[in-house]
Design a protein around this ligand. Structure first.
Ligand code: NAG
Ligand code: NAG
Ligand code: NAG
Ligand code: NAG
Ligand code: NAG
Ligand code: NAG
Length: 807
């Protein structure tokens, strides 16, 4: 297939996110890499390691608070990325008068504006006036003898923060029994230690454990087998993989045992951390995309992290935010919630009638009611109770004030106190259990005062009439206001948050949770149905947000979802889209409950998406790369006309792939290799994802599946094999019973295979794809992409490493 080179576009993944989070001191750097008694490091200065790799200084992770920390960050990458913080729990408030220095007892200390030490290396037995602090090119800060800096008294590599850099040893001292921990930050702008930590098993085995609050273990690496950890087989190095650039080793010595890793290639910038989400993540810096690329993480599922959403929080996989509060609850600490720290969980809007403030039982305990929540993974720590029916189970719960929920399916389960690890499994399509959560009766509005209302109406009908008139007036005023704003903002409506609360009935009907936030159904005053997306994690200022949004608002095409309006109010950012009655493509492809899409419909969907993307890539004023093409982002209208959703958001939000890729094997399937290889991202990255999705449209199932024997099955490899054997028809979804146009199937398979070529230059443009699918241009047989060969073999999953920048 002939190819046109797509215009070279700026990578859509410019991650403004962290850059704007971390306001750097525009500080002059102090010459050198050393702090000494007579040469302290004060707030306005910083030190740089000898070859310029790391910088040490005071920084402010969140400029809305006056918390300053002494930390180490990368000096040569554009995104401020902290790898270590000294005073995690003791920020200083005035950097100008604070300093890092060597105290008279020989320790390195941070002095605040009152000259009192808020942090110290705290080593005993160093001679006064004989030590210096040096920042090394490994990112290690050492306290060493001034006369010979090879004699190290203390080093930051023995006192990890959340990050484990190459060369560091994460292990256990066999003599003292001490273990070194990686402890996550509490929030993305709060370095204080959170409840999630990683450590080598203190009981002496060779496995690493992820713990919640130092006690509850939620993941284990399995024991070291000599080449890999038992539960991490993908770590096994293979000849082909540039894992050869990494050296891994478990050292079980006499005094200590530890794991160490390093990169042999100096140009590879890599780090390992326990993220705020409680997951361990391996990331590599991709200069071309100016962002950290995740290539490995555990637990793969966000919701497998213990208590990640805190008490009463509900976890939803593959969604942002991954945590939400059930009905009758609200975020316990909203500010922390915004920082992605959900561990404080949710609190009741209304206390239970059952208990007064002191928790004592009151007489009116029957006031409480139960709200049923279907499709959930039940919380931990259920207690079973004897109950013959659901009603008995309910009464058993109602009868005890500390009972907060029950579930009945054959047997009766009761929960006392906080609900932990509740998960919404609606989007998994796999169903789940139902749980009944205890709420104050007043949460069930409408039921409470029905009787009174009826009486009131009969006695004083005019009151109701007045109410109606008032409501109508409010309604009309509201409409007016919306219309007037409509004029103000050109083609887009600007809503207030209150407008949208009204439109969505206080965000009561959730349509789904996408990568950028939850979506709620709403209805405008003129009865137009809309989908309201509550964006999460936007850190752009108001002006910039409005500019980006109005750009997106001008993009209109029959195969692109239409943005109707927005809301930008303090921290709140919402987008209002046209509503798509049939939901997203994945449901129709992968869930049986929606019936089977006919081949004609599938082909029209494939063609429509191609047209939409072609428009985004070529026809808009500014070329837009979508970056996240997958069935979840294709919405269908009543007539199954596809509309690409979420375009432009990558630029708006800053793309944080480490959050999108919660399951590597699931999602990475749509990602073009250049994301990992670190070369420039062009529109051809979308072409790759489109190709992967086209395979799924053909087969009606996910590309990556598991066979009955547990091995991994990669459909595109199978399809390409069939195509080359001239038997493409067999690649089609079996549920169609063979009713598919053979020529179209072959064409679609060929296009898909061309789209997923490793070399971008071989992939067609979306415009070319449209022409081929329309039958205007013929296609040659495609070559088999190397990655398809590799992916066909599950033992080679480690190939995610293979894209690391080579040189
Ligand atoms: C924090 O930073 C933002 C953007 O960089 C800026 O608009 C805002 O004024 C700053 N706030 C303070 C308190 O410095
Ligand atoms: C350390 O040096 C300071 C001045 O540099 C001096 O005042 C102090 O007496 C010295 N302390 C010792 C124990 O030598
Ligand atoms: C510095 O200390 C190291 C380790 O103790 C030793 O090997 C080296 O010879 C010392 N160098 C000097 C110049 O004293
Ligand atoms: C965490 O552990 C500490 C002691 O190890 C305990 O006091 C605290 O209650 C625990 N926190 C929670 C939320 O369970
Ligand atoms: C690792 O080995 C220890 C004994 O050395 C054993 O108790 C533990 O169960 C093993 N862990 C796993 C996950 O098999
Ligand atoms: C409620 O249940 C808890 C847990 O089973 C139990 O400890 C407590 O005594 C019960 N309270 C009453 C009043 O029955």
């Amino acid at each position: 297939m002939a190819t046109r080179r797509g215009r070279q576009a700026p990578p859509c993944a410019l991650l403004l996110l962290l850059a704007s989070m971390f306001l750097l001191q525009g500080a002059p750097s102090q010459a050198g890499d050393t702090v000494a008694a007579g040469r302290p490091l004060s707030g306005g200065e910083s030190l740089v390691s000898k070859r310029g790799k790391f910088r040490l200084g005071f920084f402010q992770p969140d400029n809305s608070s006056d918390h300053w920390y002494l930390g180490i960050w990368y000096n040569q990458i554009s995104l401020h990325t902290t790898v270590w913080v000294a005073n995690r729990e003791a920020p200083v408030t005035d950097p100008a008068s604070s300093q890092l220095t060597i105290s008279s007892d020989g320790n390195m200390v941070i002095l605040d504006h009152r000259r009192s030490a808020v942090w110290s290396t705290n080593v005993a037995g160093v001679a006064p006036n004989s030590t210096v602090g040096v920042i090394l090119d490994s990112g290690n800060l050492v306290l060493a003898d001034a006369s010979n800096t090879s004699v190290v008294r203390w080093q930051s590599f023995d006192h990890f923060g959340d990050t484990w850099l190459p060369g560091g040893r994460l292990g256990r001292n066999k003599r003292t029994g001490e273990v070194t921990h990686l402890v996550a930050w509490k929030g993305y702008a709060d370095p204080a230690p959170s409840v999630f930590s990683l450590e080598l098993d203190p009981r002496g085995s060779s496995q690493y454990l992820l713990n919640w609050n130092g006690s509850e273990q939620y993941w284990s690496s399995g024991n070291w087998t000599g080449r890999a950890f038992a539960a991490v087989p993908e770590m096994t190095p293979t000849d082909a993989s540039p894992l050869s650039k990494y050296t891994f080793g478990y050292v079980d010595g006499e005094d200590e045992s530890y794991f160490i890793y390093d990169v042999t290639d100096e140009s590879v910038v890599t780090r390992f951390l326990v993220d705020v989400t409680g997951q361990i993540k391996f990331l590599t810096w991709v200069e071309a995309a100016k962002e950290w690329m995740l290539f490995w993480s555990e637990p793969k599922k966000q919701c497998d992290v213990h208590a990640v959403c805190g008490p009463f929080g509900v976890c939803t996989e593959n969604a942002l935010p991954s945590c939400s509060c059930p009905r009758g609850f609200r975020e316990h600490r909203p500010a922390e919630w915004l920082q992605n720290d959900h561990t404080a969980g949710c609190a009741r809007n209304t206390g239970l009638a059952c208990s007064d403030q002191d928790g004592h039982q009151k007489k009116s305990k029957n006031e409480d009611k139960f709200y049923p929540m279907p499709n959930v993974r039940l919380p931990s720590n259920a207690q079973s109770a004897a109950a013959a029916s659901a009603r008995d189970c309910e009464l058993a719960c109602l009868g005890n004030c500390s009972c907060t929920a029950y579930s009945y399916s054959g047997g009766c389960s009761l929960w006392y106190g906080d609900l932990i690890n509740l998960q919404d499994t609606t989007s998994n399509g796999a169903g789940g259990s139902s749980i009944w959560i205890r709420l104050a009766a007043s949460e069930f509005s409408g039921t409470r005062n029905t009787k009174k209302l009826v009486i009131g109406l009969t006695i004083a009908g005019f009151v109701a009439a007045v109410t109606v008139i008032v409501l109508a007036t409010i309604f009309i005023l509201r409409c007016r206001r919306m219309r007037s704003l409509w004029r103000v903002e050109g083609s887009l409506m600007a809503f207030t948050y209150r407008d949208l609360q009204f439109v969505t009935k206080n965000f009561s009907e959730k349509l789904g949770g996408g990568a950028f936030g939850s979506v709620f159904k709403g209805s405008l005053p003129d009865a137009t149905l809309v989908a309201v997306k509550k964006l999460e994690g936007v850190r752009q200022g108001e002006k910039q947000f409005r500019a980006e949004v109005s750009t997106i608002g001008t993009i209109q095409h029959v195969n692109l979802i239409r943005l109707l309006g927005f809301c930008s109010e303090r921290m709140r950012r919402l987008l209002v889209y046209e509503h798509m009655p049939r939901g997203s493509l994945d449901r129709h492809l992968f869930e049986t409950s929606h019936g089977v899409l006919s081949w004609e419909t599938r082909y029209q969907i494939a063609l429509g998406v191609a047209r939409g993307l072609d428009y985004l890539h070529e026809k808009c004023r500014d070329c837009i790369i979508h970056c996240d093409i997958k069935p979840e982002n294709i919405l269908l209208d009543e007539a199954f006309v596809p509309k690409v959703a979420d375009f432009g958001l990558a630029k708006l939000m800053g793309r944080d792939f480490s959050r999108v890729l919660t399951t590597m094997r699931g999602t990475v399937g749509y990602l073009a290799p250049e994301w990992i290889a670190g070369t420039a991202i062009t529109t051809k990255a979308d072409v790759f994802s489109y190709g992967m999705m086209l395979f799924e449209i053909i087969s009606g199932r996910r590309n990556v599946g598991q066979r009955d024997d547990g091995t991994v099955d990669f459909f595109p490899s199978t399809a390409v094999g069939l195509l080359l054997d001239g038997d493409a028809g067999r690649a089609v979804d079996g549920r169609l019973g063979g009713s598919a146009d053979a020529a179209e199937v072959e064409r679609a398979c060929k296009v898909a295979c061309w789209c997923v070529q490793d070399a971008e230059s071989l992939r067609p443009s979306m415009g070319m794809v449209v022409q081929v699918l329309e039958g205007l241009v013929d296609v040659n047989a495609p070559p088999i992409p190397r990655s398809l060969k590799v992916l066909a073999d599950p033992s080679k999953y480690v190939q995610f490493f293979s894209g690391l920048p080579s040189t």
